[in-house]
Design a protein around this ligand. Structure first.
Ligand code: SF4
Length: 373
């Protein structure tokens, strides 16, 4: 990640982790922090699951996890993996045979805790399948399902217990000479999750998968995830993340990207800076931003756009964005390009006009990028 010499207060120093691959997506090291989500369809329904994977990929998901609790879902996984535009992680709890089937079906990664799948022979079989099929593994420790002996030792789920659980699972994989793993220590409590993640970040150089589990609905879960994941990312911890919401997986991806965008860790698509609006607004800011968000969803090129109700903050925000619109009065506003006043635009067809400007700018940037490559 490039550091900002002019504004050092913006710099985030990422923890140094080793890199693994989840299919063709690098996780850890200097790879961009990847965004994941998980399907909530019946995994044995290939069409419904694939549709959801594709929709998530369209809004930017780098990796998608699919739960594979039974044989019919690992059977369906073969076609899902073959058709998916992004690597698929198979989510497995306890059943080692599902892990082997998922690896054979083309999963790029297995989410499985080696300490939970039974005896040494079973662990060896799963590790062999992962090695044979080029799968990585995510060890997923969860405060809600800690091993009984750790709960007895520590009295309740706590950061030390979560780190110890993670290290126990890591040791099992390392004993089998397997290092293509990443690790998560999730909790629904942000304090517990943040402390556990800080602990594991110090204890290992494995790439870290961030998540606040069972975070809640769209609004409450977004806030909780932004606080929990935002703090950790700000400290430089985290190589991939999933925002867990009781909502459409597409929303999880959008929220994940917004958290990364807010910290300048990743950019994708149009970042709209808009004011909350008040009596001074020269046009309906809220309705305009809602429509622009929808109509610009297809843009993948990072572009900043300021939509500001009046001249109190409009020119200042426009200075820092690629394209800006500031409400003025008498049914029109000012369009800014690269921070400079460019032309007047009537409010009546301003949305069409801005969409056109953004699409044009995106095409220019993409053409420049292609020429440079
Ligand atoms: S920029 Fe203008 S319209 Fe927007 S909130 Fe501020 S004063 Fe109100």
């Amino acid at each position: 990640m490039s550091l900002n010499p002019v504004r050092p207060w913006r710099n985030i120093y990422r923890r140094k982790s080793r890199q693994i691959m989840v299919g063709n997506v690098p996780v850890g090291g200097d790879a961009p922090i990847s965004v994941q989500t998980m399907t909530n369809t019946d995994s044995s329904d290939v069409r419904a699951t694939l549709d959801q994977v594709i929709r998530a990929a369209e809004v930017g998901a780098d990796i998608v996890r699919v739960s594979t609790p039974d044989e019919s879902s690992t059977r369906a996984l073969r076609e899902i993996c073959r058709e998916s535009p992004v690597p698929i992680v198979a989510d497995i709890h306890f059943h080692y045979k599902r892990a082997i089937e998922a690896a054979e079906a083309g999963a790029a990664c297995l989410r499985i805790n080696p300490g939970n799948i039974g005896d040494e022979k079973r662990v060896a079989e799963v590790v062999r399948a992962a090695k044979d099929h080029g799968c990585s593994i995510r060890i997923g420790v969860n405060a809600g399902s800690l091993e009984r002996h750790l709960l007895e030792k520590y009295g309740e789920p706590c950061p030390e217990a979560m780190v110890e659980s993670a290290m126990d699972h890591i040791r099992i994989l390392e004993d089998h000479d397997f290092r293509e793993y990443k690790i998560s220590v999730k909790a629904s409590d942000v304090f517990l999750a943040a402390a556990a993640y800080q602990g594991i970040a110090e204890a290992t150089d494995a790439p870290i998968h961030l998540g606040i589990t069972e975070a809640g609905g769209l609004t409450s879960g977004t806030v909780k995830s932004a606080i929990g994941l935002g703090n950790l990312l700000w400290m430089g911890i985290g190589d991939t993340l999933r925002v867990s919401l009781s909502a459409d997986p597409v929303e999880e991806v959008k929220v994940g990207f917004e958290i990364l965008k807010s910290l300048g860790l990743r950019t994708r698509g149009v970042q709209i800076i808009s004011c909350p609006s008040c009596a001074r607004q020269g046009f309906d800011v809220i309705a305009t931003v809602a429509e622009l968000e929808e109509r610009l969803e297809h843009i993948k090129t990072p572009i900043s756009l300021s939509i500001i109700g009046c001249v109190v903050n409009g020119p200042g925000e426009a200075l820092m964005t690629d394209i800006g619109f500031t409400g003025g009065g008498a049914g029109s506003g000012m369009v800014y390009m690269a921070g400079k006043q460019d032309h007047k635009q009537s409010n009546a067809d301003m949305i069409d006009h801005i969409v056109e400007l953004v699409e044009k700018k995106s095409a220019e940037i993409e053409a420049e990028k292609a020429a440079a490559e």
